[in-house]
Design a protein around this ligand. Structure first.
Ligand SMILES: CC(C)(COP(=O)(O)OP(=O)(O)OC[C@H]1O[C@@H](n2cnc3c(N)ncnc32)[C@H](O)[C@@H]1OP(=O)(O)O)[C@@H](O)C(=O)NCCC(=O)NCCS
Length: 446
């Protein structure tokens, strides 16, 4: 499916709190309730609690204003004792998650439940409140018919116990620009400056096409882009330092956008750092031309770019491979809820057949699943017996979620002991079916 949040799970924002979690929290004297985001008093209290949970400063009413409107469409939940602010928060919404085989022309996505703002007040920690919230979110997603849950994390140690695992990775690049000797032909188009306001106008449409080319991406939302260009914080030094450029191809069409800022250079004006805030390009020419522009800026010694692709093609053009260092980390966490729906929604590079014997403590993905692929399309059947002569692996829902986008190798997880081959050579057979040509990537936080 390709729809937007609203049409993939109608009525999601008002679905009542999960009854099992409601009872578990009530047993502790706590009230688990949806927040009316149209009520500014209640929603501000929730936003304050969210900030407190994430160790942020308390915002003024004016500073809360963008959030009050920008995330009001989410299913917003709080846990209350007798104070005005909730003692725990979570919000969630459906978003299409891009799957392998997707393109802007022929999108392949699965409607997934994005979970965010998970906080529990320090006064109420380690009493099972986060567990009640998370399990409640998974049951809510399943009740809405959403086959996958997803989140990005501040701590990587929390969500494995609920069946989540990283499926898309990101890299923070640091490049010594003095060592760069750009190689390869010049792009036929040109790079030119544009106002940051124009960049803000143009970015969503470009990025919306691009997210459909990259397994692991989800929809953006206006507030995310406002925060990127700093319009929610117009007087900050970061906002004032932002510059935008675009790549225009030889037919005059904008094919790429980049946002960056300069810092440093205080003691020696030749020693600035360029920080790339975002770079989006829909052709290889645009991608390479924008990188080249940023890497060849005068008066800089270093380029930093966080939350980038692990496999940036730019690296091969630097002239000196060791000019670049990439710190790779896990970013997009997935949790399969409906095995058949997820694995039938994506495309596959090769034909074949494999059985997944899946363990899932919460039950959603539990069972033996036979995945048969022909001409790139899968049929998934839940089976009682083990089909003859078919490659088979045993794994938990965590590993199943990790391999679902094709960016994590089954063979690697067999070597690590997380996946067991039930038939010899099954890992290789599974990888041949599942792996994709480009590393899954998510370019935003949520
Ligand atoms: C992280 C946080 C939500 C946990 O809430 P909590 O109510 O204390 O968690 P629970 O008591 O429900 O714990 C559930 C399980 O997670 C584990 N856990 C909780 N916090 C953890 C942490 N920070 N690191 C590792 N494990 C953690 C608990 O040990 C427990 O494990 P078990 O049930 O397998 O024994 C809370 O501490 C918090 O708000 N932290 C700051 C904001 C934040 O980091 N949010 C996460 C955003 S991604």
């Amino acid at each position: 499916m390709t729809g937007t949040a609203a049409d993939s799970a109608p009525g999601y924002a008002s679905l009542p709190p999960d009854p099992i979690s409601l009872r578990a929290l009530a047993a502790q004297g706590l009230r688990y309730a949806l927040v009316d985001t149209g009520d500014p008093v209640a929603f501000r209290a929730w936003l304050h609690a969210d900030d407190r949970g994430f160790l942020q400063a308390k915002r003024t009413d004016a500073e809360l204003e963008p959030g009050l409107h920008g995330i009001a469409d989410r299913r917003t939940t709080g846990v209350y004792d007798d104070a005005d602010w909730p003692i725990a928060t979570v919000d969630s919404w459906p978003s299409p998650l891009t799957l392998p085989g997707s393109s802007a022309e022929h999108p392949r996505t699965v409607a997934s439940w994005a979970i965010s703002s998970v906080t529990v007040a320090a006064t109420h920690r380690r009493r099972g409140i986060a567990r009640a919230l998370l399990e409640g979110e998974l049951r809510t997603a399943a009740a809405l018919g959403l086959p996958m849950a997803m989140l990005t994390v501040s701590e990587s140690t929390i969500y494995g116990r609920f069946g989540f695992a990283p499926a898309a990775f990101a890299a923070d690049w640091t490049i010594d620009t003095r060592r760069v000797r750009w190689s390869g032909p010049a792009a036929p188009g040109r790079v030119e400056f544009l106002d940051v306001a124009d960049y803000r106008e143009q970015l969503p449409a470009l990025r919306d096409r691009l997210r459909l080319e990259s397994p692991g991406e989800i929809e953006g939302w206006p507030l995310r882009w406002d925060q990127l260009v700093g319009s929610t914080d117009p007087n900050s030094e970061r906002t004032k330092a932002l510059r935008a450029v675009r790549y225009i191809d030889d037919a005059g069409v904008t094919r790429g956008l980049a946002l960056y800022r300069m810092s440093g250079g205080d003691d020696d004006f030749t020693q600035h750092t360029v920080t790339v805030e975002r770079l989006d390009a829909e052709t290889p020419d645009a991608d390479l031309a924008l990188w080249r522009f940023l890497l060849e800026l005068d008066l800089t010694v270093e380029l930093k770019a966080e939350l980038r692709r692990v496999d940036e093609p730019m690296r091969w053009r630097l002239g000196d491979f060791r000019a670049a260092k990439a710190a790779v980390w896990e970013h997009q966490y997935l949790r399969v809820l409906d095995v058949k729906a997820v694995f039938e929604a994506r495309r596959y590079p090769g034909a074949g057949s494999v059985v997944f014997e899946v363990g899932d403590e919460l039950g959603f993905a539990e069972g033996r699943w036979h995945l048969e692929v022909e001409q790139g399309e899968a049929t998934v059947t839940k089976t009682a017996g083990m089909p003859d002569g078919v490659a088979a692996i045993a794994l938990t829902v965590n590993e199943l979620s990790a391999i679902s986008l094709g960016g994590v190798s089954v063979a690697n997880l067999v070597a690590d002991g997380r996946i067991t081959e039930l038939t010899p050579g099954a890992a290789l057979a599974a990888d041949a079916m599942l792996r994709t040509d480009r590393a899954p990537w998510l370019s935003i936080w949520y």
